[in-house]
Write a protein that binds this ligand. Structure first.
Ligand code: NAG
Ligand code: NAG
Ligand code: NAG
Ligand code: NAG
Ligand code: NAG
Ligand code: CU
Length: 612
């Protein structure tokens, strides 16, 4: 046995040691002598490296717009990024724990954790750096993969981390190194894309340093907010197979990994504010299902970035976050020294998620205020979001799509519906786009087809070709049901050209299809640009992106249960240019290991295979 094997095993045990519940040995350990951790030379302690700033920076509390010579908030990061970046190395050891006592004091039936922690480590890097993450799968029988949400992955589709599309899953006892360039900056998250696995806890944050559109004094860092379930993801997923297949309420909501629980355990997250200072907070919605509105009693938020896109400063008293969305905000600590509730509230319709926890909240605590007292002012509930994210934001680096190229045709209209059909002798719920639910085969990823020159994809791969280079393509998504969906695109920021108006009860109306008369309402000149937005219930959404990144890129609903029920398509962008960026050797070794493992595995795929 090599030293590295011992180190890896040792780490696994160390992480498990903190847990109170019995831990059966991971089946993966049987395979650990095969661990392939090839690039070992730059092994580093895996988490939260202090950023060693390279070179002089002009980024100061009074001028955050400046970054380095020649690079500022006005730089188009799709065109250039600062030179001289370094490589940031991380190791993720993924383990499985039954009956784990969660942060709110309640037992979670099944936890799958990165380095033994929830949430996982925050990846920190500087604009222009390279990130290299070695993911070691020590789960018992599940494959895994990690997707880096919002990272553009220019000419790097093979590191996008989607099993059945860009890779075969990493089998138990094996590892994979993901390498990607940090060409954007801001805040985001990563998560397993193997079925609904991330609901078990395989999720963490990313923070990329860069310029900002407003000066601030203190960077509070990332603040993930997520729904939390005591059941295992597999259990919940199986319960959603028969109709109506409706998502269950979450059991709790965690703020930065913490909240009080229903049985008296856990604690409120406390965020520390310095009186008189301006703070930057990076709010990330890492939910599985729940979309919420956040507000801070007596304070305003000033939005400076939506997903990875810097925007003109926009002040608001509440923000609606769909799953997967991020808002970087500044908060002025201009009120009396004290404690203030930071609340999550849900849309009144209940259509974008509900929780069994009635008033989820964190506490924002001024320096000098009591660390035990609870805030007394309950605040006022913010206006109902009607399940729609705001489109009032104006990106700083402008981007426009040519209105003259737009037309609605049968080939760019994607209707979306819920269908019940028989599967293995029982009724089963599927989400379909243009009549087809996604159902990939883990060991035949799209990129393998492409690398082998075989473009005969099964219909169930839901492939939409985008062949020509550097042109805008327009997509009209039409929702034929009342349930809204947070739609997320890989490999691109899309322009949100428009959508049908929000209504209080989308179930009470009939589906609104896009008609040519709606064209006048579309905004082609510098509209909101991001990677996740809400598709209204019984309504439409028009998106545009430019074909500047060859690859197989998923467009999917970010509700984990819905992806698993089929709600996704893939854009096969400039397929003739893909083999140059993805040689077969980049995929094949891991696919062979996966096939060998899976043929002998008791557990089989029972859904689309994807679940964000
Ligand atoms: C994933 O792991 C869970 C928990 O160990 C198991 O119940 C499930 O069958 C596995 N699924 C697959 C596809 O491996
Ligand atoms: C979130 O939790 C981590 C770990 O406890 C802590 O270091 C960090 O300061 C917290 N973030 C905020 C915004 O409070
Ligand atoms: C996160 O997204 C989910 C799903 O869209 C949503 O229900 C939830 O309210 C969002 N959370 C926040 C804090 O916005
Ligand atoms: C904020 O959260 C606290 C603690 O749960 C609760 O008492 C208060 O009513 C909430 N306020 C709003 C506006 O939801
Ligand atoms: C996915 O497709 C395979 C191959 O056609 C089929 O056997 C399986 O039942 C399908 N899965 C679902 C959930 O429909
Ligand atoms: Cu959905």
């Amino acid at each position: 046995m090599k030293l590295t094997d011992l180190v890896v095993r040792g780490l696994g045990l160390l992480f498990l040691a903190g847990q109170s519940a019995a831990v059966p040995p991971p089946l993966g350990n049987l395979f650990s002598k095969h661990l392939d951790l090839s690039p070992r030379s730059d092994e580093a302690p895996s988490t939260d490296l202090e950023l060693t700033k390279r070179g002089p920076t002009c980024n100061t509390p009074t001028n955050r717009a400046c970054y380095r010579t020649g690079f500022s908030i006005n730089t188009d990061y799709e065109a250039s990024f600062p030179p001289g970046g370094v490589t940031r190395n991380y190791n993720f050891v993924i383990t499985e724990i039954d009956n784990w006592v969660g942060p709110d004091g309640v037992v979670k039936k099944k936890a799958m954790l990165i380095n033994g922690k929830f949430p996982g480590p925050t990846i920190k890097a500087d604009w222009g750096d390279t990130v290299k993450v070695t993911v070691i799968n020590n789960l018992r029988i599940n494959g895994t993969s990690i997707h880096w949400h919002g990272v553009r992955m220019l000419n790097n589709n093979v590191n996008d981390g989607v099993p059945g599309i860009t890779e075969c899953p990493i089998p138990p006892g094996q590892s994979k190194v993901y390498t990607f360039k940090i060409e954007q900056y801001g805040s985001s998250w990563y998560h397993s894309h193997f079925s609904s696995q991330y609901a078990n806890g395989i999720v963490g944050q990313m923070q990329f340093e860069g310029p900002a559109s407003l000066p601030y004094d203190v960077d509070l860092g990332v603040f993930p907010i997520t729904d939390w379930y005591y059941g295992s993801a597999d259990q919940i997923q199986h319960s959603l197979i028969p109709p109506p297949g409706a998502a269950p309420p979450s059991d709790n909501v965690l703020f930065n990994g913490s909240h009080v629980g229903p049985t008296g355990g856990g604690k409120y997250a406390r965020v520390k504010l310095k009186a008189g200072k301006r703070h930057r907070l990076r709010i990330i919605n890492t939910s599985v299902d729940n979309t919420f509105t956040v507000s801070l009693v007596n304070h305003q938020f000033t939005v400076i970035q939506t997903d990875f896109v810097p925007v003109n400063a926009f002040t608001t008293s509440s923000i609606f976050l769909a799953v997967g969305q991020r808002y970087d905000v500044t908060i002025d600590a201009s009120q009396a020294v004290g404690n203030y509730w930071f609340n999550v509230t849900f849309a009144a319709s209940g259509l974008c998620g509900v929780s069994r926890m009635p008033f989820p909240a964190a506490i924002f605590q001024y320096e000098g205020a009591s660390s035990t007292a609870l805030p007394t002012n309950k605040g006022i509930a913010p206006p109902d979001s009607l399940c729609q994210d705001s489109t009032s934001f104006v990106p700083i680096v402008t981007r426009s799509a040519p209105a003259s190229s737009f037309s609605a045709t049968p080939s760019n209209s994607l209707d979306l519906n819920l269908v019940t059909q028989t599967w293995q002798g029982q009724q089963r719920v599927y989400w379909k786009i243009k009549g087809q639910d996604m159902n990939i085969t883990w060991d035949e990823p799209t990129l393998e087809y492409v690398a082998k020159g075989n473009l005969n994809f099964p219909n169930r791969y839901n492939v939409f070709q985008v062949p020509s280079a550097n042109t805008w393509s327009f997509w009209i998504v039409e929702n034929l049901l009342g349930v809204p969906h947070p739609m997320h695109l890989h490999g691109h920021d899309f322009l949100v050209l428009g959508r049908s108006p929000a209504v209080a009860n989308p179930f009470g109306i009939s589906p609104r299809r896009f008609s040519s008369a709606d064209t006048a309402s579309l905004k082609f000149t510098n509209p909101v640009r991001r990677d996740t937005t809400m598709l209204p219930g019984n309504g439409w959404l028009v998106l545009a992106f430019r074909s500047d990144n060859p690859g197989a890129w998923l467009l999917h609903c970010h509700i984990a249960w819905h992806v698993s029920q089929g709600l996704s398509i893939q854009f096969l962008e400039r397929v003739s240019s893909i083999p140059a960026t993805v040689p077969l050797s980049a995929i094949e070794p891991n696919c062979q290991k996966w096939t060998t493992f899976y043929n002998n595995s008791p557990a089989k795929q029972f859904d689309s295979g994807l679940r964000i």
